[in-house]
Design a protein. Structure first.
Lengths: 110, 160
């Protein structure tokens, strides 16, 4: 189990936000709570568009807040807009549960 | 009545006891008494902790442009609890555009607040915004040190 967990790696949640975005502010403690409660399965990276628009442009992020969910370097999906903790947990579970990183890893080795 | 000088408030102050804000508001004394009574009721007799309400007030003051209100105490950079953080975020959204609140905002709030608490928080935030808009419109000057101390003491004294 440990080996599998290591192979999977952490999911990276990239949160695009800006100080002027009210719903980003509302959503912030929700995202932190879900990531903190994931027992290390997820890590959070924040991109503040007031300081850096490069990654948002590159990823085509046009609405705030947006969460881009990455695993093993691949984008699994994105969640747009604020939502409750329950909704976020469900949607992340669906995104992350649908991924089979061991296949990705094997494909990458081939 | 005393006319305020250039750069100060836009209307006459009453010369009655009280801080700059109260001296301006006391041009309409009966309404002022009820105004403060409602503030006390909302601040101290509700379900939501009065410390959270004070953080809401602090965060909203610069948004409304009330120099007096903002000078009483600065807003925090971050908040230790989800309740505090959400209360502040919701209140700022209310101040910016109450028409822009979609259902997801309330889905988020309901995970931390009961419906009566959401109603109370909405009342408090909008009442504070009205007070602060009053201060901004009539250009109540920033509080001096004595006024800041008096404000802090009055709120501490009345905390439950």
């Amino acid at each position: 189990m440990t080996v599998v967990a290591d192979m999977r790696g952490q999911a990276e949640i990239v949160k695009f936000w800006a100080p002027w975005c009210g719903s980003c502010r509302l959503f912030a403690p929700v995202v932190s709570s879900v990531v903190d409660g994931s027992a290390g399965e997820m890590r959070l990276r924040e991109v503040n568009l007031a300081e850096d628009t490069e990654e948002a442009d590159a990823r085509g992020v046009g609405t705030l807040p947006t969460l881009v969910v990455l695993k093993d370097g691949k984008e699994l999906g994105r969640l747009i807009g604020a939502m409750s903790r329950t909704a976020l947990t469900d949607q992340l579970s669906e995104l992350l549960g649908g991924a089979d990183p061991s296949i990705d890893t094997a494909t990458a080795k081939d | 009545m005393t006319e305020m000088t250039n750069g100060s408030a836009r209307v006459a102050v009453s010369g009655k006891p009280g801080n700059s804000f109260e001296q301006i508001m006391s041009n309409v004394p009966n309404a002022m008494a009820r105004w403060w009574s409602l503030e006390e009721e909302l601040r101290f007799n509700g379900l939501v902790d009065s410390d959270i309400k004070e953080e809401v007030r602090r965060a909203m003051a610069p948004e409304a442009g009330c120099k007096f209100c903002a000078s009483l105490a600065p807003a925090k950079d971050s908040y230790p609890t989800a309740r505090e953080s959400l209360a502040v975020a919701y209140s700022l959204m209310l101040a910016r555009d109450p028409k822009d609140l979609d259902d997801s905002v309330f889905d988020v709030l309901r995970e931390e607040f009961s419906d009566p608490e959401i109603v109370e928080l909405t009342m408090w935030a909008l009442f504070m915004y009205a007070s602060q808009a009053f201060g901004a419109a009539l250009r109540v000057p920033a509080a001096d040190d004595e006024e800041k101390v008096a404000y802090a003491q009055s709120r501490r004294a009345e905390l439950p």
